[in-house]
Design a protein around this ligand. Structure first.
Ligand code: SF4
Length: 310
């Protein structure tokens, strides 16, 4: 079956990247809230990936277009500055190691201005790679991995069928950092609903502290149709937190983290309020801002429901 290019699902900070698919779907397709739930992982043939890199280089350097290449290559390529590449899809680090190296080598060879390659990765993908293998990838400019942590609460991790434990995620995160690759960890506000809200926030602060990532990002839960989570909400089995309660969680997380030096952001479009801060340096300022917003309970200060998205 021919490989079908996946939609672009990317972290907000990757807007300048070229989106190069190595896979479609996610190898761990069990997370009950995720739009990859139930997706079938497909690996793209490495020859096809290398041909796309060659075609992109020809286009950027000579302005020539290769017939048969997907239109998307040129749509993204036109604006691209040649410096950052994001490997799709849900966890491109699952791509077989020798082939991943081949792709990175070709990118380095064809794009001398290349600064950094990034991808999503599950804890399982990371732990399958030895520290030496991760260093090899870093030397080929794999410079940033995004790992979805979601929660530090083991009960929540089990209920969303995350497929990784607290300990595994801490170990995976540390392995990435020790290899000299930047790590961005993502957590989800509201994931434990009203009942588990406080414990979820406190445990999430704990796991983030233990991982101590370079970047941390918060999203706010949006039930995605055709997922078990969505169905549970519809059946009334899961009570979503209110927008202001999600800010309480955000405040609790920031207040209780003990980072060495982390850029924390809630810029993602799913959130009701954006904070961007270097922690711990700006902790007091952000916690105070959030406390003020929560105390005012003024919905006009929040992102409108219709403009939220994943
Ligand atoms: S590992 Fe990440 S991308 Fe894959 S299903 Fe879970 S949340 Fe979604």
């Amino acid at each position: 079956m021919p490989f079908e290019r996946p939609d672009i699902i990317r972290p907000p900070s990757e807007w300048r990247s070229y989106f190069l698919p190595l896979t479609a779907g996610c190898s761990n397709n069990t997370c009950t809230f995720c739009n990859y739930y139930g997706s079938r992982l497909r690996l793209r043939k490495v020859e096809e990936v290398l041909a796309e890199i060659n075609a992109l280089a020809l286009y950027k350097q000579e302005g020539l277009m290769v017939s048969g290449m997907p239109e998307m290559v040129y749509v993204i390529g036109r604006q691209w500055d040649g410096q950052r590449v994001f490997l799709q899809d849900g966890d491109a680090l699952v791509y077989p190691f020798p082939k991943l190296k081949e792709v990175l080598e070709r990118l380095n060879e064809r794009f001398p201005r290349l600064r950094r390659v990034a991808s999503y990765a599950t804890a399982g993908d990371i732990l399958r790679r030895s520290p030496a293998e991760l260093r090899e990838l870093r030397d080929l400019k794999l410079g940033l991995l995004y790992m979805g942590v979601e929660s530090g609460d083991e009960a929540v991790l089990a209920s969303i069928r995350k497929g990784a434990s607290y300990r595994e995620m801490v170990e995976a995160g540390r392995r990435v950092k020790e290899a000299g690759i930047l790590l961005s960890a993502t957590v989800i506000l509201g994931l434990a609903g009203v009942a588990g809200s406080t414990e979820h926030a406190l445990a999430t602060a704990r796991i983030l502290t233990d991982i101590d990532p370079d970047y941390a990002g918060a999203l706010t839960l949006i039930p995605v149709p055709d997922t078990p989570f969505f169905d549970a909400v519809k059946r009334g089995e899961f009570e979503l937190v209110t927008p202001f309660r999600s800010l309480e969680e955000l405040k609790l997380i920031i207040e209780n983290t003990g980072f060495t030096d982390c850029f924390f952001s809630s810029v993602h479009a799913s959130n009701y309020f954006t904070v961007r801060a270097r922690l711990p340096r700006e902790k007091e300022r952000v916690v105070q801002t959030l406390a003020d917003i929560i105390a005012r309970e003024d919905p006009s200060l929040l992102r409108k429901e219709y403009s939220r998205g994943l």
